[in-house]
Design a protein around this ligand. Structure first.
Ligand code: NAD
Ligand code: UDP
Length: 356
């Protein structure tokens, strides 16, 4: 049990990590500026953890102990970071760094904003960690680092060859973390390379709530299912895959959250180290597989149109999850059917996400 700082803890992945880490007994401080999330997500995290408090916390357990706190602020701001590191009398034992910008297309249009938040925010965070004597961090990295992969399933040793500013910014942070680990003894660092996180907590109380038109398959399809969008556009039916549509390694967001818990356990238990692992299932599913699994979950047909390939897409990306299994004793437990069932629980109960 430790006191943890979760940057971006109100976001899609951060909120699910909070649920898993509260369940593991940790006390949490969330730093988020709500650039792409809502305070309501944290209120619901508290509710799922059986905690009580005001709309913006702090939230306490049945014994009156503060278990979840919010610092509304920016990961690029030293004062906000200092507030996050000092808000809990126990201090901060480790950081889970999820705050960042993640839309590939937007990163092409606004590279400076992406470098500022993703790299600049990480630099400011690492400086704050040094100021406050914290040397343990789990970083949200991405399989996007592998670009067009040369081998599938993709091992962690595959070349790092990102193809857009978002991927470049993640690769840069990975490099900074490696340099920091090499510069001084005592750092415990995990770089977790996520494949395609989807689905939601099985309660349907928290989930993915993208602004505007979703770029990614799963939220788009969920919105088709709930009647917010007319039809899915399937980007390419002539890929070199079994049914011609793109293949990805979809991972249930609660499996991903469990992966963070396992990474923290490993870092806090073992000698200081730099750990780099894929978080994926090792199973590939095509776009049509996902459409059919979601139809089974929501109980009706989902209209789709086959359109041209999307520029920048790869045919197939699937993780080699062997290292995560060996080093973290972690593997995915939830199936594509579980992903669609839980994703539908969220979308059907919250057709407009956290909004009114
Ligand atoms: P998200 O947008 O839902 O969550 C990111 C959170 O960070 C949001 O709550 C946002 O408000 C916050 N944030 C953004 N800029 C901030 C700033 N300057 N200061 C403080 N908070 C800030 O995204 P997500 O899907 O939960 O992704 C979390 C992390 O995982 C990101 O770093 C993302 O790059 C990475 N990742 C996501 C995916 C994915 O498919 N979702 C895949 C690989 C990696
Ligand atoms: N995809 C699609 N229609 C959409 C969004 C995505 O056909 O509206 C396809 C995309 O071409 C890819 C897969 O779904 O084969 C997963 O795409 P997503 O954007 O969710 O993840 P990523 O490409 O980042 O792995």
């Amino acid at each position: 049990m430790a006191h943890l700082l979760i940057t971006g803890g109100a976001g899609f992945i951060g909120s699910h990590c909070c649920v898993a880490l509260l369940e593991a007994g940790h006390g949490l401080v969330v730093l988020d500026n709500f650039d792409n999330s809502s305070p309501e997500a944290l209120r619901r995290v508290a509710e799922l953890g059986g905690l009580q408090g005001e709309a913006r916390g702090p939230w306490r357990d049945g014994h009156g102990a503060v278990r979840l706190q919010l610092v509304e602020g920016d990961v690029r701001c030293a004062d906000d970071l200092d507030a996050a590191f000092t808000t809990s009398p126990e201090g901060i034992g480790a950081v889970v760094h999820c705050a960042g910008l993640k839309a590939v297309g937007e990163s092409v249009a606004e590279p400076l904003r992406y470098w500022d938040t993703n790299l600049g925010g990480s630099l400011r965070l690492l400086e704050a960690m040094r100021r406050h004597g914290c040397r343990t961090i789990v970083f949200s990295s991405s399989a996007t680092l592998y670009g067009y992969p040369d081998t599938v399933p993709i091992p962690e040793t595959a070349p790092i060859q990102p193809i857009n500013p978002y991927g470049h910014s993640k690769a840069a942070v990975e490099q900074v973390l490696a340099d920091v680990a090499a510069s001084e003894a005592g750092w415990r660092i995990a770089r977790l390379r996520y494949f395609n996180p989807v689905g939601s907590h099985p309660s349907g109380r928290i989930g993915e709530d993208p602004e505007g038109i979703p770029n990614n398959l799963f939220p788009y399809l969920s919105q088709v299912a709930v009647g917010r969008r007319q039809a899915l556009h399937i980007f390419g039916s002539d890929w070199p895959t079994p049914d011609g549509t793109g293949v990805r390694d979809y991972i249930h967001v609660m499996d991903l959250a469990d992966g963070h818990r396992a990474a923290l356990d490993t870092l806090l238990r073992e000698e200081p180290q730099l750990l780099t692992v894929n978080l994926g299932s090792g199973q590939g599913h095509s776009v049509l597989d996902v459409v059919h699994a979601f139809e089974a979950a929501c109980g009706h047909r989902l209209p789709y149109e086959l359109v041209d390939r999307r520029p920048g897409d790869a045919a197939t990306t699937v993780a080699d999850p062997g290292l995560a299994s060996a080093r973290l004793d972690w593997r995915t437990r939830r199936s594509l059917a579980d992903i669609c069932r839980d994703g539908w629980a969220w979308q059907s109960a919250n057709p407009r996400g956290y909004g009114p």
